[in-house]
Structure formats: structure tokens, C-alpha cells
Ligand binder design. Structure first.
Ligand code: NAD
Length: 360
């Protein structure tokens, strides 16, 4: 049966890396009807908005989407399309796998971690009060009136909400993923020793959910600063990680750094209804139109998408093809070469074509 998938090429290098991805996914033989729609700068020109309603309608209808990076213009008043997509589609889980592939410049040998980051709450909820504003002064006065530790009058305020419901759904999603993907261990990450009412709640409610999986999974908890040290010293001890938004942002980049950087880091944003797959990197505007950048992160995002669509065989074959091309090190882009100026580096198209060849 054909799958309907919304494809958003995006900005900068987005059209180049998603074009290579589409060719490779088609080469697996999986039948996909691609509904290709413009967002970001291209849509801005045509529709006067970087995020037209018909894009959301398409994703809601198809339930699965894959996208290239989208520019967040600074100082134009437009909200980030990426944040808008996550909020409008209630994509509460940001899933970031980090795995070592031979042929990439890794800091460790045996990393195979999948990080679940809560996407909707924490200091990223966007509830902020500007220093000196009436609202901010009012809140400071209110808080100073109800407890002993006083906030200085010249402070700015960001709020960190963590709820039982959002905690339960992200921890459950991580455990379900672990079981479906034959993972052995889930570690819940927090700073509950200091932030007792937010991270403490995350830990308590998360552990409650995890208990139901104790017969199938090894359940662990870890304080975030300790986790960072251990990830550098012995990353092979970790499997699936689940954590609140801010730590997820930081730790997922640490994990990406361990396995070779953003050029090869895939991602997914998952909700109850919809799943949106995307590379972690941005639009790299200085390389736009040069057919130069690494399509691996987008291809590995497509591998995640194929697994989500239950096209396991195609996902395995595509991942193996990417792996083989990385290992050979011949048809790879400049960032994967020992010398970044190496004139034998492949273009985005050539690397994509080499991967397609392996799928024949
Ligand atoms: P970026 O990831 O676009 O680029 C930083 C540098 O990383 C590039 O100059 C390049 O050297 C390298 N790089 C990135 N992707 C690469 C690839 N595939 N192959 C080889 N090298 C690669 O980060 P930035 O410059 O901070 O952001 C540029 C724009 O992208 C901004 O407008 C930002 O808002 C947007 N952005 C979008 C997303 C998204 O759509 N999810 C994510 C991050 C940034």
C-alpha cells in the first residue's frame, strides 16, 4: 500500500538534501506519494507567510511528514516555523538518535543512544517576562510577598512549568519506543535534587510510569550533570534517555558531537497523531545552492520515518547503504573528508547517487 507523506524541502541547503533523500527512499522500492509543499522563505514570497494553513492541513491528513531545515528570520516578527509546527501539531516528543558509523569522525566507538526530549514545557515554554516591564515587576512583587528568598527588582523572569500529564506521555513514549525497537535500558534524566517541584515531579511521575515496564526494560535514573560526564567517559553504558526540554536540547547536541556532529544527526518530532522527521542541522545558508552539503542527517531521518511507517526492511537497507558509503569514504561530502578542502569530495547529489547504487 502506498504511503502519503508530506515533504517540506525548506530553506538554504534543504532542497538539496531532501532531493537526495527522496531519490534514495524511492530507490528502496517503498511506494510513497510525496506531497511537496513550500514553507519558509519560498512560501513567504508566494503566500506572504512562511507557514501557510494548507501545509498544516496536509500534514494532519497524511500524518507523516519529512522536512529540510527552515530559516528563522531574526528581527522580522515572524515566529519560528519549526516551533509553530511542533506546537500546532502537538509534537510532544523530540527523538534524537546518536549512533557511531564507521567512516565518520567520532569521539567514541560504541555509541548507540536514542534521546527523548520533552518538547512542550520547561524553560522552553516561552513564558518570559522582560526585565523592567510592568508585568515582570508585578510578578517579582507577588513572588517576594509569598516566600522568603527575594528576587532582585532588576531581574528578568523565565518560567519553568513541568506537568504530570506531559511527563507521563513523554516517559511512556520513550518506554514504548524502547520495547518496539528492542532496546534494553531507559534512563530518566533530571536535576530533582535542586528543582524539587519541577524536576522532582518529572522524576516521581516518570518513575511511576517506568515501573510498569520493569519486567521488560532496565530502568535507571541519572542527574543531568552526572550524565554529561558519564556520556563522555562511557557512552556505551547508555541506551534510551528521556528528559525535560532544556536538558534534552543540550544533551542531544553532546551526543551528536560524540558521533561526528550535526551533518549526520537525524531527528523526529512525534505526537499522538502526527510524526515529523527532520535533520538536526539548520539551513547552512552560506552553502545554499552549492550542492555541497552532507545529506546523511536527512537520509537517517528518512530511515526513522520508514521504521515509523513499519517499512522495516527498506529502513534496514537504506541504513546499510548509508553505512557502506560512509565506511568506503569515497563518495562522501567535504565535511566527512580528512581534509575539508579535499577536491575529491562528492557533491550532495553524488553522495545520494552512491547510496542509491547500493540499494540496487
Ligand atoms: P546550521 O546548522 O545551518 O549551520 C552551521 C554550520 O554547520 C554550517 O555553516 C556548516 O558548516 C555546518 N553544516 C550544517 N549542516 C550541514 C550539512 N548538512 N553538511 C555539512 N555541513 C553542515 O546552523 P545555523 O547557521 O545556526 O542556522 C542557519 C539557519 O538555520 C537559521 O536561520 C536557523 O534558524 C535555521 N535552523 C533551522 C533548524 C530547523 O529547521 N530544524 C535547525 C537549526 C537551525
Amino acid at each position: 500500500m502506498a504511503h502519503n507523506v508530506t515533504l517540506l524541502p525548506g530553506d538554504g541547503i534543504g532542497p538539496e538534501v531532501t532531493s537526495a533523500m527522496r531519490k534514495c527512499v524511492d530507490a528502496t522500492g517503498v511506494d510513497i506519494n510525496w506531497e511537496v509543499l513550500e514553507v519558509g522563505e519560498h512560501s513567504m514570497k508566494e503566500h506572504g507567510t512562511p507557514m501557510p494553513d494548507h501545509v498544516l492541513d496536509s500534514i494532519r491528513k497524511n500524518k507523516v511528514a519529512i522536512k529540510g531545515p527552515i530559516v528563522t528570520p531574526v528581527g522580522t516578527g515572524f515566529r519560528s516555523v519549526n516551533v509553530l509546527l511542533r506546537q500546532e501539531l502537538d509534537l510532544f516528543a523530540c527523538v534524537r538518535p546518536s549512533k557511531c558509523y564507521e567512516g565518520t569522525k567520532t569521539k567514541a566507538d560504541k555509541v548507540d543512544i536514542v534521546l527523548f526530549r520533552e518538547n512542550t514545557e520547561d524553560l522552553y515554554a516561552g513564558i518570559e517576562f522582560e526585565q523592567g516591564s510592568d508585568e515582570c515587576l508585578k510578578i517579582i512583587k507577588e513572588i517576594n510577598g509569598i516566600q522568603k528568598r527575594q528576587i532582585k527588582d532588576d531581574a528578568g523572569i523565565s518560567i519553568k512549568p513541568i506537568s504530570i500529564s506531559a511527563t507521563k506521555r513523554i516517559v511512556k513514549a520513550a518506554c514504548e519506543y524502547a520495547i518496539k525497537n528492542n532496546r534494553k535500558k531507559v534512563t530518566i534524566v533530571h536535576k530533582a535534587n535542586i528543582m524539587k517541584y519541577t524536576d522532582g515531579l518529572f522524576l516521581k511521575e516518570g518513575m511511576e510510569i517506568m515501573k510498569a515496564y520493569e519486567d521488560k526494560l532496565i530502568i535507571r535514573e541519572c542527574i543531568v550533570d552526572n550524565l554529561c560526564m558519564q556520556l563522555v567517559q562511557r557512552p556505551d553504558h547508555f541506551d534510551v534517555l528521556v528528559m525535560p526540554n532544556l536538558y534534552g536540547d543540550l544533551v542531544s547536541d553532546l551526543c551528536a558531537g560524540l558521533v561526528g556532529g550535526l551533518g549526520i544527526a537525524p531527528g523526529a518530532n512525534i505526537g499522538d497523531e502526527v510524526a515529523l522527521f527532520e535533520p538536526v542541522h539548520g539551513s547552512a545558508p552560506k552553502y545554499a545552492g552549492q550542492d555541497k552539503c552532507n545529506p546523511t542527517a536527512t537520509l537517517l531521518s528518512a530511515v526513522l520515518m520508514l521504521r515509523h511507517l513499519r517499512e522495516t526492511d527498506a529502513a534496514d537497507r537504506l541504513e546499510a547503504a548509508v553505512q557502506a558509503v560512509l565506511k568506503e569514504g569515497k563518495h562522501v561530502t567535504y565535511d566527512l573528508k580528512e581534509d575539508r578542502e579535499d577536491s575529491s569530495a562528492a557533491t550532495t547529489t553524488q553522495m545520494g547517487d552512491a547510496i542509491c547504487e547500493k540499494l540496487k
